[in-house]
Design a protein around this ligand. Structure first.
Ligand SMILES: Nc1ncnc2c1ncn2[C@@H]1O[C@H](COP(=O)(O)OP(=O)(O)OP(=O)(O)O)[C@@H](O)[C@H]1O
Ligand SMILES: [Mg+2]
Length: 172
């Protein structure tokens, strides 16, 4: 699928893949997005949908904020060497053995480095958010010459439990 601005062709590819950095992932989902500002919103929507399918809405706010920060970083900082291999930014999530993994891959081999933002600075805090909202993250070179940022969350046992509507307080 080609990229474009008309909204109908903005997602380059969506596919389930056999593994997220590992062939033993229990569930995975992957989406490829163009180097455009709107990709952060598309990635959020795609990941939100999958988290709800996986009964992981309890961790949704943190994961979606991290997704938005990392896709924004890929759009702003990650475009070098575009064209080798995949066309766009790849966002993949996977669930295995109580750990949720997120991978955001772009075409710039330079690795993200958390900055110490000056008090008055209006940027430079995205990776600090990623650190605060996840169990951990790292970045690694990818096969196409770029790199991938890997984030993981150790899930609390009850996050994987389907919602119990009967347990919710009733509206008066
Ligand atoms: N995908 C990336 N590829 C290459 N360098 C990156 C990438 N993401 C981040 N960086 C580098 O790490 C620095 C820190 O990233 P961070 O997200 O914390 O701040 P920012 O993107 O500069 O600002 P903000 O996220 O607050 O808008 C960036 O300024 C950039 O130099
Ligand atoms: Mg940033």
């Amino acid at each position: 699928m080609a990229s474009g601005h008309d909204g109908s062709t903005s997602v380059l590819a969506v596919r389930n893949e056999p593994g997220l950095d590992t062939t033993t992932a229990e569930k995975t989902h992957r989406v490829e997005l163009p180097y455009e500002e709107y990709s952060a919103a598309l990635a959020r929507r795609s990941v939100r949908h999958v988290l709800r399918q996986w009964n992981l809405a309890g961790i949704e706010d943190d994961v979606l904020l991290v997704v938005a920060e990392l896709v924004a970083n890929a759009v702003v900082h990650g475009r070098l060497m575009e064209g080798s291999g995949t066309k766009g930014i790849t966002v993949a999530i996977g669930l295995r053995a109580g750990v949720l993994g997120l991978r955001v891959q772009d075409h710039n081999p330079a690795r993200p480095i958390p900055r110490v933002a000056r008090a008055g600075a209006t940027s430079g805090r995205g990776l600090l958010l990623v650190t605060a909202l996840s169990s951990g993250w790292t970045s690694r070179p990818s096969d196409d010459g770029g790199k991938a940022v890997h984030v993981f969350w150790n899930l609390a046992p009850d996050l994987g439990t389907p919602a119990q509507p009967d347990a919710l307080p009733r509206a008066s």
